[in-house]
Design a protein around this ligand. Sequence first.
Ligand code: ADP
Ligand code: MG
Length: 616
Amino acid sequence: MADIIKLLPDHVANQIAAGEVVQRPSSVVKELLENAIDAGATSIKLIVKEGGKNLIQVIDDGIGMSATDARLSFERHATSKIQKAEDLFNLNTKGFRGEALASIAAIAHVEMQTKPEQEEMATHLRIEGSEIKFQEVCIAPKGTSLSVKNLFFNIPARRNFLKSNQVEQRHIIDEFHRVALAHPGISFNFYNNGSELFNLPRTKQRQRIVHIFGSKTNEKLVPVNEETKVVRISGFINKPKFAKKSRGEQFFFVNNRFIKSPYLHHAVLSAFEGLIKSDSYPGYFLYLNVDPGSIDINIHPTKTEVKFDDEHTLYAILRSTVKHSLGQFNVIPALDFEQNQNLETPYDYKDRGALQPKVSVDSRFNPFLEVSQSSVGARTFKKQSTEGWKNLYVGLDSKVGKEDGFSSVKIESDTITGSIFEGQQESLETLATTFQLRRKYIVTTIKSGMVVIDQSRAHQRILYEQFLKNITVNEAVSQQLLFPLSLSFSNSDIDVLKEIKDSLTTIGFMFSKVDAEEVKITGVPLMIAESEVGMVLDQLISDFQMEVTEDSFSQTDVLAKTLAKTLSVKTGEVLNNASQIALVNDLFACKETMVSPFNKPVYVTITENDIDKKFI
Ligand code: ADP
Ligand code: MG
């Protein structure tokens, strides 16, 4: 038989490798930023156009490359960062595989200008699909500029697979956050579609966080500091009262590299136990420094996972360190960082000993108060929301000229109510008693047997349809706020908020200002308690960041779904009898009753027949 095995040509091998290294534009951003950092840059510019599909450019003032190195840097396994296998165990750089530039050049149009400090002339090089188009000498400042255009130009399938510009842009912003947070000592400028999205001067950790996430962040932060033989931990956790329903501001950095670690995340969560509600997440920015020899960052191609030699010890240290910081903060509430006007002053752990005797302990402070207060909040909210549904029905009815809300909506869903009530004219209002099972299900009888309704999903369905109607008929009821609410968001969150502002207005939000400094809210939908507004907007922003929402239809849909999810009654909540009956009535007045907005079954019916069979 003839020999059939051939070595793949380099450009094909590179394209295959690119599949692993470059998943989307944000992967390119990460690699280029990391290269700039490895090159010792003190100032880095990132320029992005159209979600990175058309242009990603990184300009640094690092060490640059000689003409030969510039050319070599695009070869696979070409790296200046390791020379022998042992080097792998003592890594202080971001990159080490020598794969990134080769991979990127295989699937895009790349242009590089680079000059080491001591050389007079710079090298200008263009490479497209692994093919060098030209290389010439040019004039350029010290450092490297690398631009990547037309990503995936030669792999249409991958290019088509990319999400909308907005979604890709959000991934890029996420990546940028991670790199910028890990390196407060480097200044960053980020230009997006021609306008400056971030201008981050060189600074310290705390101020970098504040620059990225907005000035209101400062008051949320509690410092964390610990030094042991195994690990040095620094950074900040958010005060428990700022915990969010959505995940997002959770950052671990190990040796200045962003990592994901469900295990360490759990350690932090467990330190917050009892201080935050079980369905919310604390924000944190934690910087861990360990001996590079004690970790393996090689287990994941995109390098966001790390394997630690002694994970259990790390878990225990992290948990107790966070607990300790929370304890300090709870016991000494007068040491509030709102009073710390000067952002420049880093919070100094050692100095605090001297200050302590002067600190007056707030005797009214009770760490458990916060928890009970918020649960009271939830209770009143629930009541409000029940009234809310009715009010909204009333609002709609007056429009269609019916005097009774329920009957008017019922007409539209006749077929569905028919199917469950088997054509019986059994009025919904005269339903038999309802019963709540394990704070989770509402059980009620129908002619043919019984229905078991998932309370949370049913409420989601009701709210979802309600919000959709509100948006389409534009009849939302809004409650004016006596004192406008002032909230602050990060630049990228503001972008999202601006995008969805019109839709939010249709459901009853009123904004008097939406910009980087401040978001001012003068009215909120009737169904949302004032105290819940921040949480609801956070959830909306984080959901929109993950969804493709170019057309207004899908935007409306995401909006309605998120609000339904956030505001619905949850499993575990006790519903009184009136609320139970209202829930059942409202559910069966919906257009679709069988599934929740997230396509989960809402109820099951158990017929007399089913029950009879059990008794045979
Ligand atoms: P790695 O970073 O894993 O070494 P890359 O493909 O990202 O691999 O880069 C290859 C080499 O090119 C690097 O090792 C470095 O020597 C050089 N290089 C890449 N980007 C820069 C830059 N911005 N400044 C200086 N040198 C760079
Ligand atoms: Mg690299």
